[in-house]
Design a protein around this ligand. Structure first.
Ligand SMILES: [Zn+2]
Length: 391
């Protein structure tokens, strides 16, 4: 099988403490060898074995491809006007999602698939090599079914966001919507998804409704993840922990009992600072979570309403500047943390046996991701051993 040696890496992030310094397992003057789609060797550049193809990185930094564990890419339309109004002072509520539901229902399958393709191409250029994708802008059985099928053409990490917000035809009848989700939507859609998700928030779904949706998903073989505690302190975090969710996402408005519950669990707290940026929400208290021992991931939460970015480098910069994460913690959270949130052991690290997903920067160190915000530092991206950017 073909081998590729990436040599003269200025700073290498392996995310394996056994391979280098600190939790990131950092090495300098390093090399990595891929065989086909897998990492087979990591060491000093001077010792790199011969390979079919050699790539001299000239002192650039190399890190694992970013693992995006939270995105909403199956949609139509945009909400730029809503964003502008919000920046002019109108507050964000959960109801803006209905604007996108109307546009998505009116779109063709080809239009929706083209949108997913466009945003995935954009996220690869930003260094993401694994991307989870949610449904959630259909909120009918047929529209959710086509959403998860379209997502499944592009990724294995498909999430049925069955209960995002009660759609207009169920206004004031959220319980009836949940009954429909449990009895009809989940049985039809579950074969096409890996994950079940719910927006547990004032104006969306309460604890009891969210519990019913997640339990039905579990009964159909899906693994839960939860949108919780974004706009208000609420039951989302503890419901996620109680049901053994892989991740609870947002985690902005929490009390100590929420932090304690997460710290004693396997549930990852996925922080989405792009959403807080775009809604002028508070940023999550990442320091308190990390200091309590909670596993933290970073996601970009690409969606047309509240976080229309695919850039994890942007989120790393926000996490460092606004959430007091160290650059090392933020880089770990966007790579190994995302892998934990998706319960993946094959991505998020550059170690022998891992999938050959890597990002080279036009910079000597990963520190530049936060130090040089907004700058297009991603120079090359490999996914499964293949160069996918530039291509
Ligand atoms: Zn989301």
């Amino acid at each position: 099988m073909p081998t590729t040696a990436l040599t003269a890496i200025g700073t290498l992030v392996t995310n394996d403490p056994a391979l280098g310094d600190g939790p990131l397992g950092v090495r300098h003057d390093a090399a990595v060898v891929f065989e086909d789609a897998t990492v087979v060797w990591v060491g000093d550049s001077a010792d790199a074995p011969a390979a079919d193809t050699g790539v001299d990185l000239g002192g650039r930094a190399l890190l694992p491809g970013f693992v995006e564990s939270h995105s909403h890419l199956v949609f139509a339309g945009d909400r730029a006007e809503e964003f502008a109004a919000r920046m002019a002072g109108r507050p964000y509520g959960a109801g803006g999602i209905r604007t996108t539901i109307a546009a998505t229902r009116a779109a063709t399958d080809d239009e929706l698939a083209a949108n997913v393709r466009r945003l995935l191409d954009e996220s690869v250029r930003a260094g993401s090599t694994t991307v989870e994708c949610k449904s959630g802008y259909g909120q009918t059985v047929e529209d959710e079914l086509r959403s998860v099928r379209i997502a499944g053409r592009f990724t294995d990490e498909v999430t049925l966001l069955a209960a995002h917000v009660p759609p207009p035809e169920y206004a004031g009848r959220a319980d009836e919507y949940v009954t429909m989700v449990v009895e009809e939507m989940i049985p039809r859609c579950a074969p096409h998804a890996r994950w079940i998700d719910v927006f547990c928030e004032q104006g969306a779904f309460d604890r009891e409704q969210a519990h019913a949706v997640l339990s039905a998903g579990i009964a159909h073989g899906l693994v839960p993840r939860v949108h919780g505690n974004q706009l208000h302190q609420g039951p989302g975090v503890r419901l996620a922990v109680e049901l053994g969710a892989a991740s609870v996402d947002h985690v902005v408005h929490v009390e100590q009992a929420d932090i304690d519950a997460l710290a004693g669990s396997d549930t990852v707290a996925t922080l989405l600072p792009g959403a807080d940026f775009s809604t002028r929400n508070s940023y999550p208290g990442a320091r308190a979570l990390l200091d309590a021992g909670v596993t933290v991931a970073l996601g970009a939460d690409c969606n047309p309403g509240t976080s229309y970015t695919t850039s994890l480098p942007f989120c790393i910069a926000l996490a460092v500047r606004e959430m007091r994460m160290t650059p090392d913690e933020a880089v770990w959270a966007a790579t190994a943390g995302g892998a934990r949130a998706l319960r993946r052991t094959d991505v998020g690290a550059l170690t022998p046996g891992a999938r050959a997903d890597a990002v080279a920067l036009d910079a000597p160190s990963y520190l530049h991701l936060a130090y040089r915000p907004g700058v297009p530092l991603i120079s090359q991206v490999w996914r499964g051993g293949a160069l996918v950017h530039p291509n």
